[in-house]
Design a protein around this ligand. Structure first.
Ligand code: FAD
Length: 411
């Protein structure tokens, strides 16, 4: 497939965590890849790369290692233990990575550090053209591919490609331009995020506290700090953002207790609306949706990016294998390739959607019998190794090891 000013083999809309990862994964294989990102370069907090802390699971850490991104993430903090409990009830479960045969369950990073690492790695991919700021405004599809109208500083440009990959986030403009219907559910909550310093070391433990008022998580960070992700009713958003730091810390202390001693400092707070958005289709004639554009999930259980980067791993594997087998005459947007991508990804995507949404719904119920069943279930997990392995298979991405990147091997 030839390369000209505005023709690529693969056009990726969105240079967030997922789109940038795909650009990197496709680099070095003789393809012409273009990534469009609407935010200007070196924006202090680009949309995908803000103050949030992200728990990256075992599979994601392997993928980032295999893509050469990990070396740019020196501040990644390992998760050695995960402690889950329901607020106000007896019983909890503590899972230890070493007891399960792993060094760690994954690592915690700042979204902005991951963003910088991805951008540094992407800059070294000389065969990937990053257009930034470049905002997709219009789309046409024909037999041979897609034509994208893109607003850039130099004016509007038309870009063509036989395959368009939409990695443009929860509100995906590509999905809207193509009028792909999506099922959206607003959970009526926002996540308040921040970072806190603690009196005692967290020793690599991630804490998840569930309750009908919404989940709450503390993730281990470097320098005796933890990332806080706290779901509160959407109507209370301003109250939580505006309150004095001391008041916020007092609420936090009351909710979490003194397992880590006193919380001594809190960083900047921000809020995120919590929604589940699932399009009716993720493959639409020479266009694929990946990452949040294909499945936006609640952050409980920290699965969003972990799922999106597995889309990247499988898509890159399918495209590069087809290119190797078919040579120069290959068609990256051929329906058979898109069909096989969809078939490979659907089980994993549906499993994570069911798991995340199921957990949110289960813990929203305050009926006493449901609460009792939850409590029994949580205690049972602690005693049944087979159940623990089943849960870790889902949440650590262990079930997708037929993909080389997931195993930490290059494509
Ligand atoms: C509070 C919170 C905590 C979370 N914690 C975790 C966690 O611990 N672990 C985890 O795995 N996941 C977590 N997630 C989920 C994770 O953040 C998302 O799944 C991930 O950011 C999705 O990445 P993405 O690249 O698909 O989309 P986005 O990050 O939304 O990126 C989309 C990109 O597309 C660009 N774009 C949009 N429109 C256009 C256009 N017209 N033209 C060009 N570019 C465009 C945007 O500028 C943006 O850069 C969390 C989410 C929240 C809200």
């Amino acid at each position: 497939m030839g390369t000209s000013m505005n023709q690529s083999d693969i056009l990726i809309c969105g240079g967030g965590m997922v789109g940038a990862s795909l650009g990197i994964a496709l680099s070095g294989h003789g393809l012409a890849v273009t990534v469009l990102e609407q935010s200007p370069p070196r924006t202090p907090t680009p949309p995908s790369y803000d103050d949030r802390t992200l728990a990256l699971n075992w599979a994601t850490c392997n993928i980032l290692r295999a893509l050469g991104v990990w070396q740019y993430l020196p501040q990644a903090s390992p998760i050695h233990r995960v402690h889950t409990r329901e607020e106000g009830r007896f019983g909890s479960v503590l899972l230890d990575a070493r007891e399960q045969g792993f060094d760690s369950f994954g690592h915690v990073v700042f979204a902005r550090d991951l963003g910088q690492a991805l951008m540094k790695r992407l800059e070294a991919c000389t065969d990937v053209t990053l257009l930034q700021p470049a905002s997709l405004q219009g789309l046409q599809q024909d037999e041979a591919g897609v034509r994208a109208e893109v607003d850039m500083e130099s004016g509007t440009q038309t870009l063509r490609a036989p395959l368009l990959v939409a990695a443009d986030g929860t509100h995906s403009p590509v999905r809207q331009l193509l009028q792909i219907p999506a099922e959206a559910e607003d959970y009526g909550q926002v996540a308040i995020i921040s970072n806190v310093s603690t009196e005692q070391p967290h020793e690599g433990t991630a804490w998840e506290c569930l309750s009908p008022q919404g989940p709450f998580a503390l993730l281990p960070l470097t320098d005796q700090r933890c990332g806080v992700v706290w779901s509160v009713p959407a109507a209370e958003k301003q109250t939580w953002l505006a309150m004095e730091d001391e008041t916020f810390l007092a609420h936090l202390q009351k909710r979490f207790g003194y397992r880590l001693g006193r919380f001594t400092r809190v960083g900047r707070r921000a809020s995120y609306p919590l929604k589940r958005v699932v399009p009716a289709e993720t493959v639409w004639h020479r266009t694929l949706l990946i990452g949040n554009a294909a499945h936006a999930v609640h952050p409980l259980s920290a699965q969003g990016f972990n799922l999106g980067i597995r889309d990247v791993a499988v898509l890159a594997e399918i495209l590069l294998r087809a290119r190797q087998a078919q040579g120069e005459d290959w068609d990256p947007g051929h329906p058979s390739l898109l069909k096989s991508y969809r078939a490979r990804r659907l089980p994993d995507q549906q499993r994570i959607l069911r798991w995340t949404d199921g957990m949110v719904r289960l813990y929203r119920q305050s009926l006493p019998p449901v609460a009792l069943a939850r409590q029994l279930g949580l205690n049972l997990i602690g005693h049944l190794p087979a159940l623990q392995r089943g849960i870790l298979g889902i949440t650590m991405g262990l079930l997708e090891q037929d993909n080389p990147l997931v195993r930490g091997e290059p494509l």
